[in-house]
Design a protein around this ligand. Structure first.
Ligand SMILES: [Zn+2]
Length: 72
C-alpha cells in the first residue's frame, strides 16, 4: 500500500463550506432567496444538501428538476 498523501503546507481550509452565518437549521424553515423551503425537504436524487423549491402544490429541485407533489 503506497498512498501519497500530500502534506498540508499552507492554510488551505476545506472544512468551511460557504455557510451563511446566523441561526443553524434548528427550525424547519429554510429561506433561500425568495423561496421558502419547509420541513427541510431535500432532493432524493441530488442528496440532502440540495433543497427543493416550494411551489403552490409541489416542490421542485432546481438542480435536476425533480418534482414531488404535495398531497393534502
Ligand atoms: Zn435534484
Amino acid at each position: 500500500m503506497t498512498e501519497t498523501k500530500p502534506k498540508a503546507s499552507g492554510g488551505d481550509k476545506k472544512a468551511a463550506s460557504g455557510k451563511k452565518k446566523g441561526k443553524l437549521a434548528s427550525s424547519v424553515y429554510t429561506i433561500s432567496g425568495e423561496k421558502i423551503t419547509r420541513k427541510n425537504r431535500s432532493c432524493p436524487k441530488c442528496g440532502p444538501s440540495i433543497f427543493m423549491g416550494v411551489h403552490a402544490n409541489r416542490v421542485m429541485c432546481g438542480k435536476c428538476r425533480y418534482v414531488e407533489f404535495i398531497k393534502k
